[in-house]
Design a protein around this ligand. Sequence first.
Ligand code: NAP
Length: 361
Amino acid sequence: MNHSFRVGIIGATGYVGQRFVTLLDGHPWFKVTQLAASERSAGLTYEKACENRWKMTKPIPEDLRNQIMQSTDHLEDWIESVDFVFCAVDMKKDDVKRLEERIAKTETPVVSNNSANRMIADVPMIVPEINPDHTALIEQQRHRLGTRRGFIIVKPNCSIQSYVPALTPLMKFEPVQIIVSTYQAVSGAGKTLSDWPEMLDNMIPYIGGEEEKSEHEPLKIWGTLSQTGILMAAEPVISAQCYRVAVQEGHTAAVSVRFRRKPGEQEILDCWSSFRGYAAQAGLPSAPDPFLIYRSEQDRPQPSLDSMAGNGMAITIGRLRPDPVLDWKFTCLSSNTIRGAAGGGILSAELLVQQGYLSPR
Ligand code: NAP
């Protein structure tokens, strides 16, 4: 495929925005041509706007250093010069919802990392390996928004991207109850360990809104298409506890599951090793292959060793063992800023291109 798309990043100065910038450097289909954030950054060069807060190990790509930042307050000045946008902003939920709909109504598709539109029934919440068919909702949504080209798709919350991929190949055994505890990195809050000293030698047993998202969003991903949007899956019931831990990158999940039809250990391992997912089958440029990696060592997965598996796009699973209360328990891990944020957004955009929902203006 030979595609060339002009791409805008909204929230380009933030942690996820910086990930987008570095991951899209040299992307075969997408070229970043606009960078936007708040009025605080508008008019500055990208380098100046990121001064003292560049958090990536790679430097700012040379061609974007002197790019002048745009603002969302003056969207109409620049939005029609891009084919679509990635959006990752720290704003109030109602403001994000208004902003993303406003962008879609300029006939500019939005691939969003924000939570504001996630639970709207006609907004697809996509993990390309798992529910690529949910993009069919785009036509319903365009009808609601009155658009011809514009629409919004969202990525799920970063907390669920370790355990939903591991559970999906096991859905045929009908999981009915899941208890999950997540151990989430500081980069999930847009921070580093050095700018969040309170986190050192510490753990915080509360992340606002995260437990609700962790319990409900999987049911949308496992839901089914209908004339009125996604019908949420009725099962499994999920109980989640989410903790912020002193880790820079990588969200870990400890999962216990009860199944209606309890599988054997080898059946579970076979399901994981044979699950490839649509994204790799379709040859999308950012798809990891394998998607799920099982580590048999007792002490894996670990964030520092495994969060960059598959260039940060693969899920690492380990420690499968019987659970004396439910049926089975295991641990899984993914990169929150790559698979759980920018990389997942880029893979979703690649899916939209492959399915024909995204094309140059
Ligand atoms: P962050 O580092 O705090 O960055 C926030 C960004 O939002 C900055 O670029 C900021 O621009 C911009 N912004 C704030 N107010 C704005 C406004 N009024 N108009 C336009 N831009 C505005 O946050 P983050 O960690 O990158 O997270 C961004 C979003 O992604 C959040 O919704 C978060 O929940 C989601 N997310 C994050 C992760 C993760 O692992 N970090 C994972 C999945 C999803 P200025 O520099 O101009 O202030």
